[in-house]
Design a protein around this ligand. Structure first.
Ligand SMILES: Cc1ncc(COP(=O)(O)O)c(C=O)c1O
Length: 421
């Protein structure tokens, strides 16, 4: 869609697409004027990421991570059978803008019948989601979002000025989506459906039936699907979660090295879709990150090598399974304080707690009193839960859980004594 309603054809900005949002909002589209405060666009913070980035390096223990303990570079080089000086040969240059050919080929090989022409390498799953959202959103058109969820895309949509319409994962159904709610969102005009599969924060995996019903509804209403699949490959057991890629023409898939591969510091992700989308993402990157970091590109090539990848994923699964046993036995020993469903994937468990306190207030108490960071359910769109990340080294996990028990005991004690403050 072009910016056709400007009359001044001399204006050099006229060739810009309507999706060049900032200019569009500021100069033309008056219904969005309410979003512009003091000369800048409305900007609601991404609460979870703010909470983590402000505090995670200033607490003794951190249970907010949803991935496994990250690898050392030397561990990756060992798993890949490479010399420890491997990176010495890497030029610190601008690497190819949408990722090296080698890396895009390796990513394409993870999906059936896919060539590297469908792949754009991004700075983490975060840039992949951001670019995909900017490509897919339309002014005034609502977006159907699965909740609870990692709130990046919902936040982007709302900052853009569009409405999000929730459809919920239902705990008694094994955290499967309420498809009537999804249909309702589509009836209300949603043209984009956000699915996060495996899900963050529940760690649940969509059943075959849920996937096919989502696809049927998307097809019926001509809606796009944005499938955030960063936890694929981080299943505790069973096969890798099938991708939405290739299941409909109107799909954009995002993924990254951060969770299943345990390499969030690479800041390396990717997105897949049609050639038109690849072009659009690439042109957006020209304004933001320009190219991937060549060191990250080189290390991701190593990790996604057909022989090395299974070793990296096995390391992840070992950590997940060993540590979940620690978390499970701790949760079960807490006298009905928690109810939870074991996660299917990811180093996170979304536990409902029965202490009558708001999740953000409790997380703040735990941070200040116990120097322990936890992720409150409110940051995923549902209060009364905590997302407990269990991917850290086992001894630290045990220590953190001990402090969490103390914090709950303190708060329960105060409430019973009539001092909820
Ligand atoms: C569902 C989901 N998508 C995307 C991201 C961002 O991933 P990355 O670290 O690769 O940018 C996260 C991070 O927690 C996530 O949970």
């Amino acid at each position: 869609m072009r910016n056709e309603n400007t009359s001044n054809t001399q204006n050099p900005l006229n060739h810009l697409s309507i999706r060049h949002l900032d200019l569009f909002l500021v100069t033309i589209y008056s219904p969005f004027k309410s979003l512009i405060k003091g000369g800048t666009l409305k900007h609601n913070a991404f609460e979870l990421e703010r909470w983590q980035s402000v505090h995670e390096h200033h607490v003794e223990l951190n249970l907010t991570e949803s991935g496994v303990n990250p690898l050392l570079v030397s561990e990756l080089l060992d798993l890949a059978g490479q010399e420890q000086n491997f990176l010495n040969q890497t030029h610190l240059e601008y690497s190819p803008a949408h990722g090296s050919d080698e890396l895009r080929e390796k990513i394409a090989a993870l999906y059936p019948d896919t060539s590297e022409a469908s792949v754009v390498v991004t700075t983490g799953g975060a840039e992949a989601n951001y670019s995909a959202s900017m490509h897919l959103m339309e002014p005034g058109v609502p977006v159907a979002v699965m909740l609870p969820n990692y709130m990046q895309v919902p936040g982007i949509v709302e900052n853009f000025g569009a409405r999000t319409l929730p459809f919920y994962l239902v705990r008694k159904d094994g955290w499967q989506p309420d498809l009537n709610q999804l249909k309702d969102c589509l009836d209300k005009g949603a043209k984009l459906i956000l699915v996060t599969n495996p899900n963050n924060p529940t760690g649940s995996i969509l059943t075959e039936n849920s996937v096919s019903e989502i696809l049927n509804l998307a097809e019926q209403y001509g809606a796009w699907i944005l499938a955030d699949e960063v936890y694929r490959g981080a299943e505790l057991s069973g096969p890798e979660t099938p991708s939405f890629w290739g299941k409909t023409e109107r799909v954009i898939v995002t993924n990254s090295m951060s969770k299943a591969y345990g390499m969030p510091g690479l800041r390396l992700g990717w997105t897949l879709s049609s050639s038109e989308y690849v072009e659009s993402i690439w042109s957006r990157k020209d304004y933001t990150t320009i190219t991937p970091n060549p060191l990250s590109d080189a290390l991701a090539c190593l990790a996604l090598d057909a022989e090395t990848r299974p070793k990296v994923l096995r390391r992840t699964k070992n950590i997940l399974n060993n540590n979940f046993e620690i978390l499970r036995s701790w949760l079960d020993s807490q006298n009905d304080r928690f109810s939870y469903l074991p996660p299917g994937a990811g180093a996170m468990c979304y536990a409902r707690y029965n202490t009558p306190i708001n999740s953000i207030a409790f997380a703040e108490f735990v941070r200040t009193e116990k120097s322990l960071l936890i992720a409150p359910g409110d940051h995923f769109g549902v209060d009364g839960y905590l997302r407990l990340g269990y991917g850290i080294p086992a001894d630290r996990l045990e220590m953190a859980l001990g402090r969490l028990k103390e914090a709950f005991d303190d708060v329960d004690g105060r409430i019973q004594a009539g001092h909820p403050d």
